[in-house]
Design a protein around this ligand. Sequence first.
Ligand code: BGC
Length: 752
Amino acid sequence: MKFINTDMTRKYYFILILIIIIISSSCNPIHNKENKVEELLEQMTLEEKIGQMNQLMNFSPNIPIDSSFYQLIKNGKIGSILNAMSPEMIHEMQSIAVEESRLGIPLLVGRDIIHGYRTIFPVNIGLAATFNTELIKETTSIAAKEARSEGVNWTFAPMMDIARDPRWGRMVESCGEDPYLAEQMAIASIEGFQGKNLSNKNSIAATAKHFVGYGAAIGGRDYNSTLIPEIELRNVYLRPFKAAIDANVATVMSGFNDLNGVPTSGNVYTLREILKNEWNFNGFVISDWGSINNLQQHGYAKDEIDATIKALEAGVDMDMSSSLYLNNLKSLVDNGSVKEELINDAVRRILKIKLDLNLFENPYATNDNELLTEQALDIAKKTVIQSTVLLQNKNKTLPLSRNIKKVAVIGPLADAPHEQMGTWVFDGKSENVITPLNALKNFLGAERVNYAPGLKISRTRNKNGFADAIKAARNSDVVLLFMGDESILTGEAHCRAELTLPGYQNELIEEISKLGKPTILVMMTGVIHMVEPYLDKVDALLYGWHPGTMGGPGYVDLLFGIESPSGKLPMTFPRTEGQIPIYYSHNNTGHPASDESWVRMYDIPVKAWQTSLGNTNHYLDYGLEPLFEFGFGLSYTEFSYSDIKLSNKAITMSDSLIISTTIKNTGGYQAEDVAQLYIRDLVGSIVRPIKELKRFKRIRLNPGEEKTIEFVLYPKDLEFHNGEEWLIEPGEFNIWVGNSSKAELESKFELK
Ligand code: BGC
């Protein structure tokens, strides 16, 4: 009989397991990264650590860069640069960091790549109008590849501020009013920018901004205070950010606004408690431009020292361009006012992202020369087609016949390549842009196009060009008006109290409409205009946003019916500015209004009894309805929705619910539609919105074709925050499907 020494065997097993653990942990990339971060941290002086927390822009375009900036990088006093003037400059600065600084820590090269890098896609509110997450992912993946090919490794996007006030200039960078749409678009953008893995050579780090509530600026005036109750903060404004964190966004940017009295760049509650503690965010937080310094202007910090301490303690890890961390943190640690542990935590987070991006191995431009590829331009055109919203099409004026003899092309945006790229474009070039005029000449031949802009720019206030424009219109079979805004009239700090066309554009539309020619208005803008006055002056209205590089070819495909419009409004279009804020997902009042309950101002009898009008929630002059609702957008065909079926009439907390509906193309064109699913929680422990978007799906159907599609909902989708905690409450829910927020095909279910 063989004698087995069990003690010895156990010992061997133990040693074997130990060896396996050691080997596998040394192969574990997460473990390696953590080690590398700790190794670096140990070698770093306090000044070098603070340097990592400092981000600066070099304003001089000169190469070689001036000696003071050179010294800062060489001495490890800059961890990141932003918005550098050229790829050559990026390369120079990166090589100083990598080759000449003591520890060779690469720079994060940040840039505002907001709706494309060299290939410019429609502005973000237009991208949201596509309701197409796969397409959005493609746009950001193209932008990442292009950016990385020139040495940029970090973008300050996506912006995920909810915008419910179109006066706010930055609504153009947003996905509009709805938290679910914003959340889905944010996830898609992040996946495109960051790729499957940040370490891929074509990935760049993304930024969820602006944390948080920035879009709720009072009066729609940029940078203004925001007052957001906890219920709304959680259910609306924080939602896309939570989704971004779950999608592993690398960085978060704090904002310029004060939130309920506390500036968001010094806000312990939002940054430290919610983002870092509750959500376990393990990337890093960058301030917005100079917003640490701004704590003084807010009256929240008494001086630079106070501002530095407040921002750091709140959880801002990197200081964008105010240099307060650089100038003050060392002495604050030395005199005991700031704990070095806070600095170590910030630096760990920053180094982790640098390692995740593989910058130590791969700090420079990929030089892949992948700019404006055929694939990128195709996607850009597709985004124009899917983002443009058809708001009116009287007598089926559109699509136009390809045999049309002459087309008048009028308006200050018809041939304005710079303007059609929209706001926040640093790297797009006018010479790569195809304007509507050029695309129409390509498509029809120059001899069939009568071009007369009528107005030089969108703000022109004289009628010198009117006679030529009217003549061009008279000599044509159809008039195409390309009206809108120069890009500078939209975006950051460019808010408008009056949302109407600037200059003499209204007058030009008026004059042209008198000619009685079939007239199509294409709005090229980043602003939501009060378009009601134009509806009886033009036959068709396409809302084409600022469409970017491929605007012209995209519009041509739509105008001539090669594709049908399929964009849907990501923001409610009011009839007048006085209705703002107006959004579909509001609560019911105790006095809900309807069209029947609204007694029009001029119908009120003289000396009518005070309560005789019925006391409901509307304006006497404008009623309650917007001009066009959220989710709205026409097509060249018609779609019918029928047969809503639910897998169950009642579900429990552990079930899911399948909702199916049949969609039929009942018109004569192949086209896409966006099927939208809304719910209403009928009775809640707090008042719940009258409708909430929960799912959407793009479908393409041939004439006469029908498809049954399915949506799946989970109890988690019915969750809401009551100001203190998240709840999923049993009860009855209405459910609707259709192709706008007015969806009427209805069913009901119960959550038990
Ligand atoms: C904007 C940010 C932007 C930053 C850097 C700020 O003014 O608010 O959104 O990323 O500038 O350019």
